[in-house]
Design a protein around this ligand. Structure first.
Ligand SMILES: [Zn+2]
Length: 295
């Protein structure tokens, strides 16, 4: 679906919901996410981490995710997450990604801006470009607890200038959110988030929502966050499924059933995330696939 995924994001914001973006390391998980999106009738994003994209199977995975997106009855976009390498961005978009996070947040303001502009110039207009301003602490791919002290919070005025100067479609903010696990009780600076939302019209993105209380997440959505990245929940689900299901399936070396269970387990977790981002609040008159298989 190359289509206007930008419109799906704006439509979500208009009805007070956020598009969930799930990291997909493999096709079984991605199929679970897409299944959940189809059951709920909502848009989702499949994220590919740059370390996955750079593996021997990275290109093939992106192609497979794109095929999955094209075949889905729900709007699905494939996005390269946290990319710092222009060549990897080009290759991944060529393989079928609809969107990229051009992440220059580890550099200074100007270097970040220059990088995002360079990425924007390289890509076709229909490719969605997300940027990150401020720095989100923690590791996206490995869950380690962090206190967020490696983070730099997003400045509202800078965010407005950055969005104007780059013309980005989405802006990821740092307001106390971290990747991985939170050490202690996470505190989001909702006041800062509200100032950012007031300073710019660019749709805002929250990374590292795993472990945030649901009322904090909905408060962030109410303020204007309309895309939320999640990763840890699905990985936890996969490991729990493998631990529980492997002994029974190992007897017959039944990999098909093990993977089918993997897909269903991730679909159930993804459905919970979709619901917590208000993704299941559809008008009662809306036609389409009803969420009849939720379990
Ligand atoms: Zn992230």
């Amino acid at each position: 679906m190359h289509h206007g995924f930008r419109e799906h994001i704006r439509a979500c914001r208009a009805r007070g919901a956020a598009v969930p973006a799930f990291t997909a390391y493999d096709l079984a998980t991605a199929t679970g996410v897409v299944t959940a999106a189809e059951r709920a009738g909502v848009p989702v994003i499949l994220l590919v981490s740059p370390s996955t994209a750079a593996t021997r199977y990275g290109h093939g995975l992106v192609r497979s995710l794109r095929a999955l997106a094209d075949a889905s009855s729900a709007p699905v976009a494939v996005q390269l997450d946290h990319a710092t390498d222009l060549a990897l961005i080009r290759d991944t978009v060529e393989a079928g990604a609809h969107a990229v996070l051009a992440d220059g947040s580890r550099e200074g303001y100007q270097a970040n801006l220059d990088f995002v502009r360079a990425v924007r110039r390289q890509l076709d207009d229909d490719v969605i470009v997300e940027a990150e301003l401020g720095r989100i602490d923690g590791n996206e791919d490995v869950a380690r607890s962090t206190d967020g002290h490696g983070a730099a919070l997003t400045d509202p005025d800078e965010a407005a200038r950055f969005a104007d100067a780059t013309g980005v479609d989405l802006l990821a903010v740092s307001v106390g959110n971290v990747h991985g696990f939170y050490r202690g009780v996470p505190v989001l600076d909702l006041e800062r988030l509200a100032k950012i939302a007031a300073a710019t019209d660019v749709p805002l993105v929250l990374h590292g929502a795993s472990g945030l209380p649901s009322d904090v997440v909905t408060a962030a959505i109410d303020i204007g966050v309309c895309k939320i990245n999640v990763n840890t929940e699905l990985r936890r689900t996969v490991f729990a499924h493998l631990e529980e299901a492997t002994p029974a399936h190992a007897v017959g070396l039944d990999l098909d059933s093990l993977l089918a269970g993997w897909t269903e387990a991730t679909a159930v977790t993804a459905a919970e995330t979709i619901a917590s981002f208000r993704g299941d609040h559809r008008p009662a008159t809306h036609s389409g696939a009803a969420p009849t298989h939720r379990s």
